[in-house]
Design a protein around this ligand. Structure first.
Ligand SMILES: Cc1cc2nc3c(=O)[nH]c(=O)nc-3n(C[C@H](O)[C@H](O)[C@H](O)COP(=O)(O)OP(=O)(O)OC[C@H]3O[C@@H](n4cnc5c(N)ncnc54)[C@H](O)[C@@H]3O)c2cc1C
Ligand code: FES
Length: 351
């Protein structure tokens, strides 16, 4: 039964099998209502593109906002699957979660909106730019290494999602690695309009991509700007003295698209068993490159064939969705369990 709360009609959403209940306003999205009440549901893009929030609607009237049929194919929608980031409530709802961590059902860090000043815009490669922001005096912003925020011009939509490449131990200064897409809304803003001293508004932190303890070998896999959350995660491990076996696979097109090579070498020195495997997918014939070539996921497959993991695999993946899907297939083929695979697909925004 719906209730009146102020002028809004409100309903209840019950999540199974975790026995957590929240309130929701009529027409509100389930994921937004959960965030508002500090409840952490599995999520990625929050735009119906990645499927991280897929769940089963057991009971209730609802509608689905715009989503990609890659994230929710028609046959799944017909079977009652929904994407919680796009599910609008029109009655009390009962929802069965598919991905959840019962011990971790509440947000560690509240989602907030803060103002920040641009302190650096610097090209790292021909199409990846580093953006540094300093929070306004007195503002604080707690996050976990690997998470992301929405960035927008103050008060102006749309926003775009970008993962922090900086460390949570320096919450007053956030750093991002951003791919410049010709003609892209934020890309053009960053490349042509934004200047040091300008203000941006950030909202977050979002995302379930962060470090998990374990004894397995860590397979860290990224391409392009996917370096950002991986960099933050590995640097935080080094900072905290967490020493695990790490295999870091990074895909770029040519040597011109590789960056942070000195920094990675330095990071490598802070772990006792860290192997970095960069691979080029489109090396020029005259390039002085003796490393592996081809898709990073093929290079990963070849590596795992030669070096099977006896301790098991824990995977951390970030970058373009096709790369992540292919890497998940490879890691699962080599024994990785779904519960030990963590990723953020850098899907394009629909806003
Ligand atoms: C959880 C999450 C974390 C992310 N973290 C990062 C990050 O750390 N760094 C980063 O660079 N990006 C990241 N992204 C992706 C980023 O939010 C989008 O790439 C961004 O929307 C592109 O912004 P734009 O305004 O320049 O382009 P848009 O105006 O959104 O798009 C312009 C055109 O480019 C296409 N397009 C958009 N994104 C891509 C892409 N990545 N590759 C190829 N074509 C694209 C669109 O389909 C469209 O046709 C993340 C995305 C998500 C969901
Ligand atoms: S589809 Fe809902 S979070 Fe990506």
């Amino acid at each position: 039964m719906g209730g009146e709360w102020g002028s809004a009609v409100t309903y209840k959403v019950k999540f199974l099998p975790v026995n957590v209940e929240i309130e929701i306003e009529e027409g509100e999205k389930v994921l937004d209502a959960a965030f508002r009440q500090g409840v952490l549901l599995a999520h990625g893009c929050r735009e119906g593109q990645c499927s991280a929030c897929k769940s089963v609607m057991v009971d209730g009237d609802f509608d689905l906002d715009r989503y990609s049929t890659f994230a929710l194919p028609d046959y799944e929608a017909e079977q009652g699957y929904v994407l919680l980031c796009q599910t609008l409530a029109y009655s009390d709802l009962t929802i069965e979660l598919l991905n959840y961590n019962e011990e971790h059902m509440f947000l560690d860090h509240p989602i907030r909106t803060v103002l920040a000043t641009v302190t650096e815009i610097r090209r790292l490669t021909r199409d990846i730019t580093r953006l540094r922001l300093r929070l306004k005096e007195g503002a604080s912003f707690a996050f976990k290494a690997g998470q992301y925020v929405d960035i927008r011009l103050p008060g102006v939509d749309p926003a775009r999602s970008f993962s922090m490449s900086s460390l949570p131990s320096r919450p007053e200064e956030l750093e991002f690695m951003i791919k410049i897409i010709p003609g892209g809304y934020f890309s053009t803003l960053l490349d042509q309009r934004l200047q040091v001293g300008d203000e941006l508004e950030i909202t977050g932190p979002f995302g379930n991509f962060y470090y998990r303890d374990g004894r397995e070998d860590m397979y860290v896999i990224g391409g392009g700007a996917g370096m950002a959350p991986l960099w933050s995660l590995m640097c935080e491990m080094a900072e905290k003295g967490i020493d695990r076996k790490i295999r870091f696979f990074y895909g770029a097109r040519t040597t011109r698209d590789l960056f942070y090579l000195d920094e990675i070498r330095e990071l490598q020195g802070r772990f006792s068993d860290f192997v970095f495997v960069p691979a080029l997918s489109e090396p020029a014939e005259d390039e002085a490159w003796s490393g592996p070539t081809g898709l990073i996921t093929d290079v990963l497959e070849e590596y795992l064939e030669k070096h099977p993991s006896s301790a098991g695999i824990q995977g951390y993946l970030c970058g373009p969705p096709p790369m992540i899907d292919a890497a998940i297939r490879v890691l699962k083929h080599h024994g990785a369990d779904d519960r030990n695979l963590f990723y953020d697909k850098f899907t394009a925004s629909t806003r």
